[in-house]
Design a binder for this molecule. Structure first.
Ligand code: FAD
Length: 379
């Protein structure tokens, strides 16, 4: 028995930028259906947070976008201009997302954490289990981002290190580590921003990375990362060689990162060989004492709620295919009811960015709309 009020056409899991962009386009699909005399899609967005903004309010106080506001917009409504220094703050993004969901009256329910999705065993429905009761849906869009699944690499000695260890996920600003001896691990934008943020406040800072971080030219901001990621996907699809111009892992020289590099000589050194109880040791044998290690080592897709579906996977993540007419692989290859939006290039070029998620979200929404059309009305 499926309670009537809890059965929907589409359940979107996650109310960050990816879930909102998808819900916006599902609204457009509904409007089209109504013009054709069909009922609107019944849609619900379930979000685990108790406030809007996805992961943006969870970052550290100095977190800023690496792209200007004009290049950080979701579909339909541009991000309002940023009048402060540099690029928009995380707070500005969160306020934009809150206003976005209100502007389009998106059907977000929160806080609701989806714990498990399984086949309902009847009528082709999916059963969506949450900490606030179950829902049933004909299609499910997973848009849960990566913030909830920080990646901690296995470095020898880490378990015996006597100091404090925290991940980007738990970093709330340099006050946490004032006057301490700190190792920052990671070669991407988070590591560069955290190292720059910490450097003036700590007793000693060691920044290490597996490979030397690659900086974008100073006069270039994050928009080039989006453009080259899109081009790389197009080149790959067309069988052309992919040019290694820039990637989303490249460091954007934000004013703070540039100041740390140019005025305070902040550079990343080679990776440590192991942690010791008192600090860290490098392959050449030299050691330092440390009070804390900050792992700025990235995130993995937060997909634990899909485990019960037994989706086909490759390298630990669901295999995805592009729906007809789309270049964006947003549908599970093994369960056509399940869609994935916003996790990175494997779900659409640069889809883990504000500006990049719009197109994959659109293609997922319209393909869902087609899949859920009454058979006779299908185009
Ligand atoms: P999230 O923002 O993480 O939202 C996911 C939502 O899903 C959350 O609200 C969460 O509560 C909810 N959720 C998770 N699991 C469940 C569940 N089981 N049930 C219900 N709800 C759930 N992007 C840019 O475009 N420009 C930039 O300049 C930029 N800079 C960045 C700088 C840093 C340092 C970082 C870390 C990221 C940056 N990004 C940038 C990347 C990107 O925009 C973010 O990662 C973005 O938050 C991804 O949005 P999302 O909606 O996919 O996921």
């Amino acid at each position: 028995q499926t309670p009537e009020g809890r059965t929907v056409d589409v359940c979107v899991v996650g109310g960050g930028q990816s879930g909102l962009a998808t819900a916006y386009h599902l609204g457009r699909v509904s409007a089209r259906r109504e013009r054709e005399g069909l009922p609107a899609l019944r849609t619900v967005v379930l979000d685990a947070h108790d406030r809007p903004g996805g992961a943006w309010p969870d970052g550290w106080p100095s977190l800023e976008l690496f792209s200007p506001a004009a290049f950080s917009s979701l579909p339909g409504w541009p991000m309002p201009a940023w009048t402060g220094d540099g690029t928009p703050s995380a707070e500005h993004v969160a306020a934009y997302l809150a206003a976005y969901e209100e502007r389009y009256a998106l059907p977000v329910h929160r806080p609701v954490r989806v714990t498990d999705v399984v086949d309902a065993g009847e009528d082709g429905l999916l059963r969506v289990r949450t900490d606030r009761g179950d829902w049933w849906a004909r299609a499910l869009v997973s848009a849960t981002g990566t913030w909830d699944r920080p990646f901690w690499p296995a470095v020898p000695g880490a378990e015996a290190f006597g100091g404090r260890q925290l991940h980007t996920h738990d970093y709330r600003g340099p006050e946490q580590l004032t006057a301490q001896r700190v190792l920052v691990v990671g070669g991407g934008n988070s590591a560069a921003q955290l190292a720059a943020d910490l450097q003036p406040h700590v007793a000693a800072l060691h920044w290490v990375a597996l490979r030397r971080p690659r900086y974008l030219p100073d006069d270039v901001d994050g928009r080039v990362l989006f453009e080259t990621a899109t081009q790389a996907v197009r080149d790959r699809a067309a069988g052309r060689p992919v040019r290694d111009v820039a990637s989303l892992g490249d460091v954007v020289a934000t004013p703070a990162v540039r100041r740390a590099r140019d005025e305070r000589g902040l550079v990343a050194g080679p990776m440590v060989e192991r942690l010791t109880p008192a600090g860290a040791r490098w392959p050449d044998g030299h050691e330092v004492d440390l009070d804390a290690v900050v792992w700025a080592t990235g995130f993995r897709p937060a997909l634990g709620h899909l485990r019960g579906l037994g989706l086909a996977t490759e390298r630990g993540r669901p295999c995805t295919v592009a729906p007809d007419g789309s270049p964006h692989p947003v549908r599970s290859s093994s369960d056509p009811r399940v869609w994935l939006v916003g996790y990175g290039d494997w779900t659409g070029a640069a889809s883990a960015t504000l500006v990049g998620v719009g197109r994959p979200a659109r293609d997922a929404a319209f393909a869902i709309g087609d899949a859920l059309r009454p058979t006779a009305a299908r185009t």
